[in-house]
Ligand binder design. Structure first.
Ligand SMILES: Cc1ncc(COP(=O)(O)O)c(C=O)c1O
Length: 391
């Protein structure tokens, strides 16, 4: 699609609409495959569980990382086999655990003694991996604090898991979402190497290293954001340097945003304006509740005014708000952009992840409708993947 065609589409779709370009998702998938040789992609479907994205991943032979019973059902709807599913949510309820056990889910994470006991009860004999707490500085949305354990507790959990008949196979971590520092992965892999060696001394036979998500969107238009290729080369070197030689090493990636983030644009309309003591306000038909929740978490939006003469207009500072009655429904404050009028369109860029997945129709304002581009690539199986699928 040319830029002119894309601009025409952005001007024509009803708003709010989330445009998803499946060709971008397919390209990102391929980028991961080539940048992490031998690595296995388990798409973290929490980023965007749209059935067509899940299908694209399954059709290419990829795996899925799930957090809930509903995500397990969505995996089955796409034809995924339990053996290609893992669960990295550290807290799982008995119904979910039982269902994963019946389905033959490959392995599940643990990061507390209580969870080890629970998994042993409801998934007897399961493979488990332990989530290490790692440095999240350098990530736009840090995820540390809530999950993960230190090295000493990781080893205790492995011992306890073995005592209870589980099979501790390795380690996982998450460097934080939209991680801008490849060195976070390097440090985390080094920390895994230390635990790995100590675990071997205790008789554990690790082969599973899950380097989580965190791969950022936006490197195509912002050179300060590391590319998948740059992260891949830092990771592959770190694995070679820090993880003891393991012939059957299973290197797992859980990209969420990295796969779907830069494949999405959210098209909104300016429905109202106001001059308040705090300055000029723009009110859109999408906000924190119906699509832009991440801005509330501190994710800076990248916006573009859809107007042919945008470049010639005077610049103005705006507070941008959503349509609901709630005062927390503010998407950006003091954002400099060309002077904007009621009825014009504002596009949010790189929002293919964590938009509709987070959205609710609070106050009756609708969740953006999805407009799919290049759907034909979903069912296309590039020659290189045929080997994986039909081997
Ligand atoms: C366990 C786990 N894996 C993967 C992801 C995906 O992260 P991202 O979208 O930053 O790649 C998340 C996100 O919260 C997560 O919690």
């Amino acid at each position: 699609m040319t830029t002119v065609q894309l601009d025409a589409l952005l001007n024509e779709v009803p708003t709010p609409s989330l445009i998803l370009d499946f060709a971008d998702i397919a390209n990102n998938y391929q980028q991961f495959e080539t940048s992490f040789p031998g690595g296995l992609i388990y798409y973290a479907m929490k980023a965007n569980a749209h059935a067509d994205i899940v299908q694209l991943v399954v059709n290419r032979g990829g795996g899925l990382e799930i957090a809930s019973l509903a995500e397990l059902e969505k995996s089955f709807n796409a034809g995924a086999d339990g053996s290609r599913i893992i669960c990295s949510n550290p807290i799982k309820n008995p119904t979910f655990l039982r269902r994963m056990h019946e389905a033959g889910v490959y392995a599940v994470v643990v990061d507390s003694i209580y969870e080890v006991d629970k998994v042993a009860q409801y998934m007897p004999g399961a493979r488990v991996y332990v989530r290490l707490a790692v440095d999240n500085k350098g990530s736009v949305l840090p995820l540390d604090g809530k999950f993960g354990v230190d090295a000493a507790l990781a080893l205790e959990l492995c011992d306890r898991a073995r005592e209870l008949g589980l099979n501790p196979i390795g380690l996982s971590f998450h460097v934080g979402s939209q991680c801008l520092s490849p060195n976070n992965w390097v440090k985390a892999i080094a920390a895994c190497g230390d635990v790995w060696r100590e675990a071997a001394l205790r008789g554990h036979d690790f082969y599973f290293l899950d380097i989580g998500g965190g791969y950022p969107a936006g490197s195509k238009h912002d050179a300060s954001i590391p590319t998948i290729a740059a992260i891949g080369s830092a990771v592959m070197e770190a694995v070679a340097n820090h993880i003891p030689y393991t012939p059957d090493l299973m290197l797992v990636l859980e990209p969420g945003r990295g796969l779907s983030g830069d494949a999405g644009w959210l098209v909104t309309t300016v429905e109202g304006k106001a001059a308040r003591g705090s300055g000029e306000w723009l009110y859109l038909d999408a906000g924190v509740f119906n699509g832009l929740m991440e801005t509330f978490e501190g994710f800076p939006p990248v916006v573009k005014l859809l107007a042919g003469d945008a470049a010639e207009r005077p610049m103005q500072r705006y507070t941008i708000a959503g349509p609901s009655c709630d005062s927390c429904d503010v998407v950006a404050r003091n954002l400099e952009m060309p002077e904007t009028h009621i009825g014009e369109r504002i596009v949010f860029i790189d929002v293919g992840a964590y938009t509709n997945e987070y959205a609710v129709a609070f106050n009756g304002f609708p969740i953006p409708q999805v407009v799919a581009l290049n759907r034909h690539v979903i069912d296309e199986i590039p020659a290189v993947y045929e080997e994986v699928l039909y081997a």
